[in-house]
Write a protein that binds this ligand. Structure first.
Ligand code: HEM
Length: 473
């Protein structure tokens, strides 16, 4: 049997009343037994679609290890090991060079790619921007923005590609909270630029994985940079305008851009113009595609599991939307459990990878400087020893008492430790708002000929863009 099974696409199925979506068959043979050809094949698969390269070994072992082309790589799943590495020994890990190679040309010193003192300063300055008070304060803007966008997105056609619509919606909501829609050009062309840069730069190049020297040109890296330039220009023009308005003493809109411009205090110099630009670009890059992917997969899963969909609809129908939008998610525990379960099955940002910089020994494992450590959320969230019915959609596991049994370090859609997602609260508030407003008025039925296939391009997305029939409820 071929070692990689990516050409076989199993159909979705039902087991014990639970829906099991179509999922790549994990690679059966452990990496320690791979031939040279199989190792190369694995690198190719990783670059094409990393979820297809997931090994059964990483879904059954608590700390998988492989050595491939001289690179020692760990994939921990034991929550204690994960905690020991990423929380207790965070100072002995740095961003992996390959990740930096992919993202740095785009995001420069944005929070995701910054390291050392630059990261510390940025995180320190941005923490007050993302306080619960500020984040919750954006909830009404999010709701308003979604209310305005929905009829245009879902009200006119019956056959849609949900992935694209959700990207559009999440970008619209984000841009209204980032810069009050003020510095936006035309949403479609900005989205196309962002998609280009995420697509081209989000696709790891096999040359990078094999650590080929940087001076060898990578075609995909060169191409995306033009789109980056356009998005950067849009942000810097908007920042200039806003700074000029501040200098004139005008009242500034309540949004992230104003918060960034006003960040800093007597102990911390304010963010420079370049830093603001890097951070805004980072928020755009990190903050809309992730949420939109999770929403798209959730609506797909519910389109199959119509019993559970009816439960979410009942909850949404009972929601009093005259309550402040920041509170909506708290009144929809079942819907939010569905959202969390979706992020278990389809973690939007599934690779948390680092390089070890100092010797770390724990539970009999020796992590050496230069080793790669990768929390692969795809395999962690479907790990055979950590989850019951690991491939099935069972939102109930995220309800009340059952939720308490899930270890903090076995479910990590937003990452962990000091580099945990700064936008987590924002994303969850937004998800609650979008679920409420979308599912109150619209229903989606999957219309693809074959089941949607997960494909990883930084985020986990549907290869066929998720065709749906949309109807008004
Ligand atoms: C469902 C939505 C989201 C998911 C699943 C998600 C996931 C993640 C994950 C896994 C990380 C950690 C990466 C690592 O350690 O290597 C991260 C970091 C980050 N996220 Fe999110 N994110 C989401 C939404 C957002 C939003 C809405 C924003 C901003 C508006 C945002 C901004 C960031 C930033 C700036 C970082 C880097 C933090 C640092 O390194 O200090 N994210 N996110």
């Amino acid at each position: 049997m071929a070692r990689h099974n990516y050409k076989i696409r199993p159909a979705p199925k039902w087991e014990d009343g639970n829906f099991i979506p179509a999922t790549p068959i994990p690679v059966q043979k452990p990496p320690t037994q791979w031939s040279l050809i199989e190792g190369l094949e694995s690198i190719q698969t990783l670059a094409r679609n990393a979820v297809e390269a997931t090994t059964l070994y990483s879904m059954t072992h608590m700390c998988a290890f492989a050595k491939s082309f001289g690179i020692r790589m760990w994939v921990p799943a034991d929550p204690e090991i994960i905690r020991h590495l990423f929380v207790k020994n965070a100072a002995s890990l740095k961003m992996q060079p390959i990740r930096q190679m992919l993202l740095r040309p785009v995001l420069q010193d944005g929070l995701i790619t910054a390291e050392g003192e630059t990261w510390k300063r940025a995180r320190h300055l941005l923490a007050p921007v993302f306080t619960p008070r500020n984040t919750d304060g954006f909830a009404d803007t999010m709701a308003q923005s979604a209310r305005e966008a929905l009829p245009e997105l879902f009200g006119n056609e019956t056959d849609i590609l949900l992935s694209n619509k959700m990207l559009n919606l999440a970008y619209t909501v984000l841009s209204d909270t980032l810069f009050s829609g003020e510095i936006e050009e035309d949403t479609a062309s900005v989205l196309s630029d962002i998609a280009q840069l995420l697509n081209l730069l989000g696709r790891p190049n096999p040359m990078d994985m094999l650590r080929f020297p940087r001076w060898i040109p990578r075609v995909n890296r060169i191409r995306g940079l033009r789109a980056v330039k356009r998005v950067r220009k849009m942000i810097s023009d908007g920042t200039d305008k806003r700074m000029a308005a501040k200098a004139r003493g005008e009242t500034l809109p309540d949004d992230f851009l104003t918060l960034l411009i006003n960040a800093g205090d007597e102990n911390q110099a304010p963010l420079t113009r370049d830093e603001i630009e890097d951070q805004m670009l980072t928020f755009i890059g990190a903050g809309h595609e992730t949420t939109s992917r999770a929403m798209t997969w959730m609506l797909y899963l519910l389109s199959q599991d119509t019993v559970r969909r009816a439960k979410v609809e009942a909850e949404v129908d009972a929601l009093n939307t005259s309550l402040p939008a920041e509170d909506w998610a708290d009144h929809m525990p079942y819907a939010m459990a569905c959202f969390e379960e979706t992020m278990r099955l389809y973690p939007p940002a599934p690779m948390i990878s680092r390089e070890v910089t100092d010797d770390i020994s724990f539970k009999g494992y020796d992590f050496k400087p230069g080793d790669a450590v990768m929390i692969n959320l795809w395999s962690l969230h479907r790990h055979r020893q950590l989850w019951e019915q690991p491939d099935a959609f069972v939102p109930e596991r995220f309800l009340a008492e059952a939720r308490g049994k899930i270890d903090r370090f076995q479910y990590l859609p937003f990452g962990l430790g000091h580099r945990v997602c700064i936008g987590q609260r924002f994303a969850l508030k937004e998800a609650g708002i979008l679920i409420a407003l979308i599912m109150r008025d619209y229903r989606f039925d999957y219309s693809g000929e074959t089941a949607p296939w997960p494909k990883m391009r930084i985020t986990v997305q549907a290869e066929n863009f998720m065709p749906m029939k949309v109807s008004r409820r």
